[in-house]
Design a protein around this ligand. Structure first.
Ligand code: AMP
Length: 223
């Protein structure tokens, strides 16, 4: 199978994490989630974690430089040689530019930036049902993507939790941040001919079908 280097774009709660986990398993490539790496740093109480927590609790972005550094280190590991899915990075134009520079140095290119499109009103109503596994970071929804056993992670058996930044006030700040700082990335990748879109639907299987249709266009363009 050809390498796939994919960026997933979309508002918080659009389904990036769920789709990234699925694509990662299907293509055998790592899911690189900056949000998960930052939550891990917070859990470990590192200096990066302490710095990140201040921003994340408010729904703001962590400074570009910190995030770019963790992504640079992560992409240098050998499991990224066959491709990867960036889930939650880049989130600003400077991050996208830093990524382009990193890839240029490696003589690599992104195959596509796939944006999962969901209306803000739907995001807000969905967030209430979102659950996540604090251990393996798998995401669920009580109605649209429930675990096999209520409240328990299918993959690792850990008790599911609600993310601290999924409360309505923080979600509304995260949406504002998304529209101001992250949505401009759609134009950035469109102007490079790399933007693909998929409508995020209420039912997970419908979103998955739309994402797969977009993915087949991305992989077709690669050949
Ligand atoms: P996520 O799990 O992708 O929803 O990210 C949770 C939070 O982590 C975000 O609201 C930001 O505070 C922070 N974060 C994750 N990725 C980035 C990034 N690429 N740049 C800056 N902050 C980020």
């Amino acid at each position: 199978m050809k390498k796939l280097r994919l960026i997933l774009l979309g508002a918080p709660g659009a389904g990036k994490g769920t789709q990234a986990t699925r694509i990662s398993a299907a293509y055998g490539i790592p899911q690189i989630s900056t949000g998960a790496m930052l939550r891990e740093a917070i859990a470990e109480g590192t200096a990066l974690g302490l710095e990140a927590k201040k921003c994340m609790d408010k729904g703001d972005l962590v400074p570009d430089e910190l995030v770019v550094n963790i992504v640079r280190e992560r992409l240098s590991r050998s499991d990224c040689d066959g491709g990867y899915i960036l889930d939650g990075f880049p989130r600003t134009i400077p991050q996208a530019e830093a990524l382009d520079n990193m890839l240029q140095e490696l003589d690599e290119k992104i195959d596509g930036a796939l944006s999962i499109e969901v209306e803000d009103a739907d995001i807000v109503s969905r967030m209430g049902g979102r659950r996540y596994c604090p251990k393996c970071e798998k995401t669920y929804h009580v109605k649209y993507n429930p675990p096999k056993t209520e409240g328990i992670c299918d993959s690792c058996g850990t008790e599911l939790a609600i993310r601290k930044d999924d409360n309505p006030e923080v979600v509304s700040e995260r949406l504002k941040v998304y529209h101001t700082l992250t949505a401009p990335l759609k134009n950035y990748y469109d102007s490079q001919g790399k933007l693909f879109t998929a409508m995020g639907m209420e039912e997970l299987s419908d979103t998955t079908a739309n994402v797969d249709a977009a993915l087949s266009k991305i992989t077709a363009e690669e050949v």
